[in-house]
Design a protein around this ligand. Sequence first.
Ligand code: ADP
Ligand code: MG
Length: 377
Amino acid sequence: MAAQRVAEDVARGTKQTARVRVAVRLRPYMHMQDQKGEGACVRRLDTKTLEIINWRNATETLQYQFDVFHGEETTQQEVFLSSVKPILPHLLKGQNASVFAYGPTGAGKTHTMLGSQEQPGVIPRAVRGVFNLVKAKERELEGWDYSIGMSYLEIYNEKVLDLLSPSAQDLPIRENKDRNILIPGLTHTPLSSFSNFHSHFIPASLNRTTASTKLNQRSSRSHAILLIKVVRTQRNPPHRQQIGKLYLVDLAGSEDNRRTGNKGIRLKESGAINLSLFTLSKVVDSLNAGGGGRVPYRDSKLTRLLQDSLGGSSHSVMITNIAPEYTYYFETFTALNFAAKSKQIVNKPFIRETVTVPSVQVKRSREEQEAGRSGEP
Ligand code: ADP
Ligand code: MG
């Protein structure tokens, strides 16, 4: 059995050509997160590189390089255009894609994925984008009919829960003979338009947030996964059908809850979060290393679920969110080591100045933060 599984994984390994693109997004500096008034410990150098102070040696700075680095002035639109929009057309050809936001609680994952009414994030922009692509295809009259649908689920404590049918119990994850991952029993809601999506998704995501304040910030300890499915069917015989899946994932906080001393969290819960994020990091590393070695998808529910949408012929982006304040230093450092393509130690002290953002913009983004500070959107 084990041997057979290894053989399958090796066979699968030969097809694994797709890398996971890694983008890093630095959120603006927030006074309220910096009670000692120490300023920022991270700053942008260019579109791929940032530098962070080296706490072990103040005469050194660490420089990290990624596929893309989004500095604190980057808008929601720019993040969408650079990291997400280019992958959407693949869904209409029956290929899968995934976008996930990684990083410690408070660094901007939900802002990036969901955003607010004034600054909508990746999720509303991507769904609108899929509807627009489908409309354009239908105008081309190339003989295919398209339908769009959604599912919305949460992985909490290694349990798969349906957010569109909250009474449901832990759902199983299965793989069919074509290697597609399925969740029998998961609600699938057909969508007729973007506003139709909005009316299903917003109440469900608000449900999740309201529950979270009662249940001790559960939303920062679970992975919220929105699935948008595009099915295209040939109008004439043989009526071929192709399915493209897009996963949009707001991951649990990457902070080590045991180290940060969050007493409200039972050991089992922090173990489950750490297991799935740790496995995700191993999967991303192993895909990006190439070479076709075994990819440990089966080691956690999260990676098992994303298996057919990570690697292989799919298109994936991980947006690592980080915060600039010293309070976050260790979490930032850990997240960067996971996300970086390369790291360099530079022999000069960290420069304490804000060079990337003109003061007017800093002021405005702070005001926006104050306006939107009412907790998790
Ligand atoms: P997370 O989901 O990672 O815990 P949030 O998305 O809730 O973090 O962000 C924490 C706070 O910072 C929120 O008030 C959010 O509005 C704000 N924020 C995060 N990223 C940005 C950004 N790029 N621009 C402005 N405000 C941001
Ligand atoms: Mg959040």
